[in-house]
Each structure stands twice: as structure tokens, then as C-alpha cells.
Design a protein around this ligand. Structure first.
Ligand code: ADP
Length: 710
């Protein structure tokens, strides 16, 4: 300070800034006389001593110098002084020197140059044949000496000072003349071991000015921060306190589809839509005020982003940078949502299952009670045979109902295990044939129900063409739909028919019954769903019929849906795609001819009836057969060198045989033998099986295996 005062004939004031408030820290002696102030101003607030600084903008100017580090000169009355120069010193203080007397412009400039923090130099370019080859130092300021450590340079050329190392600088500055450019760049100097931020411009045809700062400290810090943000997998940015981007990693540039150069210096808030910026700004402020990291998720259109905002403190403990890490977590969020949905649906299905079990016990008990009760009466020694036929009819009806229930449950189990499609049995038949069978069943059922107020109409087809499908499964779908129609229709009609268009056949079952509420139209095809699931419900049922129908239609390649109006009736539709091969004219019957005469198999079966069924099928497919009734006999045949059997059919129910052991022994004799197991369920636990046929055995199942293997 003393040195400062001796060198200059100015008033000098040093301010400090605490919590955005400017305080007097030190003042030169002449301050009190010039400003005519009799009291001690040290540690007093600037606005208390000079209240007018708020109004004339000086207060903001000082703060701006403090915040940006950029010096400022202004002609405004500041106390009794008009010409003021403010700059930020090395410490965190703002020094203000304001002159008492009016300086000439050049004097003023001189003062600024001499007192600025940046190095300043005027050079003269030396040309040879119009090409810049060296430059001379004409003028330098104090900061130049301080920053470069070079004192005695005036009149010397850069080559004289740096030797060969000067070439790089000459080349750089030559562009000011050859390309007529103003330069602004950062450069590391290996000679000075410093980073410089340099501005250079042409003063006249052979002179140029350089102004530069030592930015090594900032560079080191920036490098460290860059290393940190570059090591993250997220899109990462570094902003200063004002929210301007100072660094971004590759992912961060990618996100905004901009280069790093384009991004640096831009305010983060200019990169996002205003509503998002406002939210992010609040979160950044939270990080700044608390000094703690802030985490939040935000949504832009249909994308989700996870954000971390970390305040980075400088050595004094105040915030210097803000690091922002953003990651697109849309995929994770969507998976989370799906899982949530799946969880809810699993809980719902669990609840439905419990309801189903409660319902089932009721559904099974009702017919069971009837069967047991009436058969007890019939068996009673004292029973006099009155109403015998009526009782037997009741028992029969209940037993039939029970059978239906059990079939439904078994089908449901098969659907759940994904087995239903394995069992499809395609054959050719006419729709009228199918309708006639259903008609017989339902006329009978309707008669038993003693309802004559419901008219069941089967619309037969005129063409009587054949289709290829699974007759029994198709019948089951229609059976379920018609049973429901009968169940939920008190009077009116039930109409069953078909429409053929574009090789798709649509079946419909229309009724004039109670109808279905609109909000249930889609879910009634889900398993266990019933419109009225209460224990006091009027109609019997398990909630499985439609879900089984839907599964079968799905497997057959069609769709099922319903149109319904409450109190007016419902129409269930389902389609079957008819490939050319499946829609066959009646006068072109097809009979599949199998010829597996090159295949030699053994059938290991101890029950002659079973053997004969399989034997007949295999023979009709021209397969050569050896029949063996025991595993010992079979092994003997295989040991015979001349045996050329390709495959063996083994019935799981073979008595007195450990099939696992037998297969092991057989494989030791003939490791290429194909093992085909015949069983009643597909749940068997035996090693080394090539194929499995679940009963009932059909030619299609056998041919599928023989075709696949050979
Ligand atoms: P359920 O064994 O209960 O009949 P379904 O799966 O066959 O099971 O049917 C589910 C529910 O859909 C039924 O409980 C009933 O509420 C409704 N529903 C099915 N068909 C009809 C119909 N033709 N008219 C009115 N409601 C029906």
C-alpha cells in the first residue's frame, strides 16, 4: 500500500466484499481530506458512507469487477472524484483508485495500462520480403514483467530473447498481418511453464499489441475438473456460479448435439426450455445455498433424466463451480413402470386365484352334495322308489356338470403349462357337421333346463365345404360360448352362425340375454373373471370358460371379441384364418399317406392292447416293427450284432422295469438309438430321451417325430 501511494498521486481505497456487501478495508491518507470526511470509514459499508452509489450504478460496477475480475473505468461522481479506475487485485479485494485531477485521455490510458493486471506489450513486426521473420519490443507494462519474469526487453527482438524458441510465437503473430486477424487464444509456453490467455491485434501496418494473463492456476483446476467429468459415464458439465458452461464431456456435447467450443460460455439456462430451466435453476440454487449435492429426476417429453448437481468449493470454502451430471434413464424408468405394472397384475391375479378357489369349492360342492344326497336316498333300504327317475336325472345332470367343471380345470392347467398347442389334432370336417353335433347337445340341455322360451338357432352353411381344424377344440369354443349364452339368457333367442370373407371365417354366438357392462367387455376373457363374482351370484361358473375359449382361438390363429349391450344381449365373435389348404372343397378329400418303410423300430410294451393300438398305427405308416414285452428281452435283441433298429418306443407304465436304468444299459450297447417315451403326462424325469409322446397316441404325433428325426 505504501509503495502504491508513493508511485501514484491518487486516492486509493481497498474494498472488501463480504456476503455481496462492499466494505471499506483500507484507504490512503489523502482520502479523508479529498472526500472531506472526519470519521474513520474502515469496516464501514460503502453505501453508508456514499449512499448515492446505488443510484448512479457505481455499487453494481464494483460488484461486477469483483465477480468477473474485469477492470473498469468510468466518469461518474464517486464522492468528490469523477475519474475512477477499478480493478481486482490478487487478493479477493477490489481496489479503487480515483483521481482528483482531470487527466488527459493519453495519461488516463497510460495509467490504465500500467495498473492493469494483464500483461501489455507493443511490438514492431520485422519483415523480410514481406514475410514476418521477427518482432521487437517497443513498450511493456509492469504486469508483463511480473508475469514473464523478463525485465530488459525494450528494443530487443524476440529472437534475441528466446532464440529458436521464438519461432512458434513469430509464426502465431504473423497471422495478424498475413491474414489480417485479431487473435484470441490460450497457449501453454514450455519456456515460461505457464498457460497464457492472449489477445493480439494490429495497431498499425507494422505494430501489434498483445495483452495476456497468466491462467495457469485456472487451467490446472480446469484440467482437474475436466478429468473428473470426463471420467463419468453421464453427460457432465461444469458451470461457473453464474451458470455459464466452462466445461463439458463428450457425452454432454452429444446430448445438445453441439461441439465443446459451441457450448463453452453459453448459459446452461439458454439450452433448455424455460419451464425446465426454472426447475433446474431452483435445484442449482439449493446446491449453492446448502453447499450439498442435489439429486433429482426430471422429464423432458417422454424421456427421463437423472441429475446430480455438485457444488465445487475453492480454497476459501466458497463455491467456484457447479458440476452437473445428467443421465438418460428412460429405459430404466420404463422397466420400473413395467415391473410395477407386472407386480400389480401379479397381485391381482393372486387375488383372482384366491377368489377362484373359494368359488371352485362352492362350484364343486353343489353338484357333489346333490349326487351324494340323492344317491343316499336311492340306496336307503326304506326307500319306496317314488320319484326314482327324477332323482336319477338330477344325479346324472349334476355328474355331467361336475365332469364339465373338471374338464375346464384340466384344460386350464394345460393352457398354463403351454401344452394345449402340442395336442392339436387337425382333421377335415364341415361346419354343418360341427353344428349338428352341437345342436344335439344343446337341444338336449335346453330340454333338461325346461326352457322353451329360448329359441336356439344354428344357421347352417349352404356350401357344406370342408375346413381343416381341430374339430374337438373348435367344438369346445362354441360349446363354452353357447353354454354361457344359455346361462345368461332367460328368453328370446340364441343364434349361432358363420360368415366367410377373404379367407377368414368368423363364427358368432348371438343372444338376447342380460348383456355385459361396457367396462367388463375386455376383461371377461381373462382367467377367473366374472361380472358377478359374489358368493350370492345367480349363475354358476368358474370364470374359466371364456379364457379357455380365447386360448384355443389364439392357438388356432384367430381372434375373439364380444359386442354387448346390457339388458339387450351379447354377440361373441371369433375368427379362424383359412389357408388355402385348410379350406377344402368336399369333393377333394385328402388322405395323408405316410411311408416310413425305411425305418425299423422296437415297441417295448407289456400290455397287448396298448401294443396293438400303436402297432396298427405304425404298420399303417409302413414302419417295420419289433415288439418286445420286457426290458431283458429288448436288451438281448439289441446285443445281437445283426440288429438294425433305429428307434425304440417305451411305454412309461411298463411294469417291473426301472426305465432310467434300462435306457442307460441300452445306450451302452447302441449309443445312436433314438429313444421315444410314451407317457400320460409330460412331467417325467428321465435322462437321455430324444422324444416324448403324451397319450393319446396319434399318427400325427408319431409322424412329427419320425419326420423330424430322419
Ligand atoms: P363363467 O364360468 O363364470 O361363465 P366365463 O369365462 O365363461 O366364466 O365367463 C366369464 C363371465 O363373462 C361370466 O361370469 C359372465 O359374467 C360374463 N359372460 C360370459 N358370457 C356371457 C353372456 N353371453 N352374457 C352375459 N354375460 C356373459
Amino acid at each position: 500500500m505504501e509503495k502504491f501511494l508513493k508511485e501514484f498521486d491518487f486516492i486509493v481505497v481497498i474494498y472488501k466484499v463480504v456476503d455481496n456487501e462492499i466494505y471499506f478495508c483500507e484507504v490512503s491518507e489523502n482520502f479523508y481530506t479529498v472526500e472531506n470526511i472526519a470519521y474513520d470509514v474502515i469496516d464501514k459499508r460503502l453505501i453508508d458512507v456514499f449512499p448515492q452509489v446505488i443510484e448512479n450504478g457505481i455499487y453494481d460496477k464494483i460488484l461486477n469487477v469483483y465477480n468477473t475480475g474485469e477492470s473498469a473505468t468510468f466518469e461518474l461522481n464517486f464522492g468528490n472524484c469523477r475519474y475512477n479506475y477499478i480493478y481486482k487485485s490478487d487478493e479477493d479485494f477490489v481496489k479503487v483508485a480515483y483521481n482528483e485531477k482531470h487527466l488527459s485521455k493519453s495519461e488516463e490510458l497510460e495509467m490504465i495500462i500500467n495498473n492493469m493486471n494483464s500483461a501489455f506489450a507493443i511490438h514492431e513486426m520485422i519483415f523480410e520480403n514481406g514475410i514476418p521473420i521477427d518482432y521487437k519490443f517497443i513498450k511493456i507494462n509492469k504486469s508483463f514483467k511480473k508475469i514473464t519474469g523478463l525485465n530488459d526487453v525494450i528494443g530487443k527482438t524476440i529472437k534475441e530473447i528466446l532464440g529458436e524458441d521464438s519461432n512458434v510465437w513469430i509464426k502465431l503473430y504473423s497471422e495478424i498481418f498475413t491474414k489480417n486477424k485479431t487473435l484470441h487464444f490460450e497457449k501453454y509456453s514450455y519456456i515460461f511453464k505457464k498457460w497464457f490467455l492472449i489477445d493480439a491485434y494490429k495497431q498499425n501496418p507494422c505494430r501489434f499489441v498483445t495483452i495476456f494473463q497468466d491462467i495457469s492456476d485456472a487451467k490446472i483446476k480446469e484440467r482437474q475438473h475436466l478429468d473428473i467429468i470426463n471420467s463419468t459415464l453421464t453427460a457432465s458439465y461444469l458451470t461457473n456460479r453464474e451458470g455459464c458452461l466452462v466445461a463439458a464431456n463428450d457425452k454432454g456435447c452429444e446430448y445438445f448435439n453441439k461441439t465443446r467450443e459451441e457450448l463453452i460460455g453459453i448459459k446452461m439456462s439458454d439450452l433448455f426450455p424455460p419451464e425446465i430451466t426454472e426447475y433446474k435453476r431452483k435445484k442449482s440454487l439449493e446446491a449453492i445455498f446448502t453447499g450439498l449435492p442435489v439429486y433429482f429426476i426430471d422429464q423432458i417429453d417422454d424421456q427421463y433424466f437423472e441429475n446430480y448437481i455438485y457444488p465445487i468449493l475453492n480454497d476459501n470454502g466458497s463455491i467456484e463451480y457447479i458440476a452437473i451430471h445428467g443421465k438418460n434413464i428412460t429405459e430404466e424408468e420404463n422397466i420400473k413402470k413395467e415391473l410395477e405394472k407386472a407386480k400389480i397384475s401379479a397381485e391381482k391375479s393372486d387375488l383372482l386365484k384366491s377368489l377362484f378357489l373359494a368359488n371352485m369349492s362352492h362350484e364343486i360342492r353343489t353338484p357333489m352334495n346333490s349326487i351324494i344326497g340323492f344317491s343316499d336316498i336311492l340306496l336307503d333300504k326304506n326307500y319306496d322308489n317314488t320319484n326314482q327317475e327324477k332323482f336319477l336325472k338330477t344325479i346324472n345332470a349334476n355328474a355331467t356338470h361336475l365332469e364339465e367343471l373338471i374338464n375346464n380345470i384340466l384344460d386350464y392347467a394345460k393352457i398354463e403349462a403351454g401344452e394345449l398347442d402340442l395336442e392339436l389334432l387337425y382333421e377335415k370336417f364341415s361346419i354343418n357337421e360341427l353344428f349338428e353335433e352341437l345342436e344335439d347337445i344343446f337341444i338336449d340341455i335346453n330340454n333338461k333346463k325346461n326352457i322353451d322360451s329360448v329359441n336356439i338357432i344354428f344357421e347352417k352353411r349352404d356350401d357344406n365345404d370342408l375346413i381343416v381344424s381341430d374339430f374337438l377344440r373348435l367344438k369346445q369354443v362354441l360349446y363354452n360360448l353357447i353354454s354361457n349364452a344359455i346361462k345368461f339368457t332367460e328368453n328370446g333367442h340364441i343364434r349361432i352362425g358363420t360368415r366367410l370373407k377373404d379367407n377368414i371365417i368368423t363364427f358368432f354366438v348371438e343372444d338376447s340375454g342380460i348383456g355385459i357392462p361396457e367396462n367388463k367387455l375386455k376383461i371377461i376373457f381373462d382367467k377367473f373373471v366374472q361380472v358377478d363374482a359374489s358368493s350370492k351370484k345367480e349363475h354358476q361358473g368358474t370364470g374359466l370358460g371364456l379364457s379357455i375359449a380365447k386360448s384355443i382361438v389364439d392357438i388356432l390363429g384367430g381372434n375373439i371379441w364380444v359386442d354387448s349391450t346390457q339388458k339387450e344381449g351379447s354377440t361373441f365373435f371369433f375368427t379362424l384364418p383359412l389357408e388355402e389348404s385348410q379350406h377344402i372343397k368336399i369333393n377333394q378329400p385328402i388322405e395323408i399317406e405316410y411311408d416310413f418303410s425305411n425305418i425299423n423300430v422296437m415297441v417295448l410294451e407289456d400290455i397287448p392292447e396298448n401294443y396293438s393300438l400303436l402297432g396298427i398305427m405304425l404298420k399303417s405308416m409302413k414302419v417295420k416293427i419289433n415288439w418286445s414285452v420286457s426290458s431283458t428281452e429288448a436288451l438281448k435283441i439289441f446285443k445281437d450284432k445283426s440288429c438294425d433298429i433305429d428307434a425304440i418306443f417305451i411305454d412309461m407304465s411298463l411294469s417291473n422295469t426301472n426305465i432310467g436304468n434300462f435306457i442307460e444299459k441300452l445306450k451302452q450297447i447302441d449309443e445312436d438309438i433314438t429313444i421315444i417315451i410314451i407317457s400320460v403326462t409330460n412331467m417325467i424325469n428321465i435322462k437321455d430321451i430324444d422324444f416324448q409322446i403324451v397319450k393319446p397316441i396319434t399318427k400325427e404325433k408319431i409322424s412329427k417325430i419320425l419326420n423330424q428325426f430322419y
